[in-house]
Design a protein around this ligand. Sequence first.
Ligand SMILES: Cc1cc2nc3c(=O)[nH]c(=O)nc-3n(C[C@H](O)[C@H](O)[C@H](O)COP(=O)(O)O)c2cc1C
Length: 327
Amino acid sequence: MKIGSLPLNNITILAPLAGITNLPFRLLVKKTGCALVCSEMISSNGLVHKSKKTLQMLDSTIEEKPLSVQIFGADPSIMAEAAQIVESSGADLLDINFGCSVKKVIKTGAGVALMKEPGKAETLIKAVRKSVNIPLTIKIRTGWDKSGDQAFKIAKIAEACGVDAITVHPRTAVQGFRGKADRSIISTVKKIVSIPVIGNGDIVTPNDVIKMQKETGCDAIMIGRAAIGNPWIFSQALSLIGGDDISDINPLHHFELMIEYIKTSVKYFGEKRACYMMRSRLGWFAKGFPYSSKFRESISHISSEIEAIELIEIYKQRYLSSALNSF
Ligand SMILES: Cc1cc2nc3c(=O)[nH]c(=O)nc-3n(C[C@H](O)[C@H](O)[C@H](O)COP(=O)(O)O)c2cc1C
């Protein structure tokens, strides 16, 4: 599987998730075999105006490569300039957001608003394509109604403008993340373009990866929410694809991952900010575990890495003794 000139090891891709897919989270996911990780969506205005916080979102390390960076915006010249900043930062791939349905973004004409303006979309894609050499992708939705006509139109325009692959999240702008993703939209996009199509939406289990590919014929699969708390979904899916049985993940790996996550986050964000973030995030990895609500409560005020690791260790011991007692 190749996107433009970029070869991928396998067909699994981590979705861009605002507020989640920062560098520490991407590094966790990368370890589980995911072929391509994506940044959170990054404001083209923020990049061009050199906002320190926005520029920090471009930080990357060799261990997570290849990296796709997603930008959003509606102004072709600002998007082109932002694209150059992304390319100079060393990103391997650039993605344009055509799917964000948050009001604040739509109001500016960006995200999914672009899907009802094919003329504007074309000008924007052409400007970005001209400004960078790295492979370029776009991530679209079904459009503003269920028909998929807007997705089909934008997909054809993108291909004609030199885009190297298209990700389809087949929900309408109005649906947000509710309801079911309509996979027939992915199948149709796959039929009408000859560049790779990446299927996205409602992958919950490793088996869904196989089903989505069979149903739609898509070239790669992007996983979002299911990777939160279970980054192993990538390795499990890869085992299934390879014809191997998938065994349950050793629960102790969840505790190891929590410790790794807090350590990497402290290294990257500093202790104060990382602990603030981890107060809610460590709980992701305990979902479905006994006493998880008590654990979440215990970490809701952590203020140091040592304290967090101690609480994780206490929870792990409690988990182990409850597992022993249940025999
Ligand atoms: C919390 C959250 C943040 C998201 N942020 C982005 C984003 O920054 N860019 C984007 O293109 N899509 C974003 N999405 C959409 C996802 O990338 C993905 O298309 C959607 O969640 C469907 O895939 P899933 O069912 O595997 O989660 C976000 C979704 C969620 C739930």
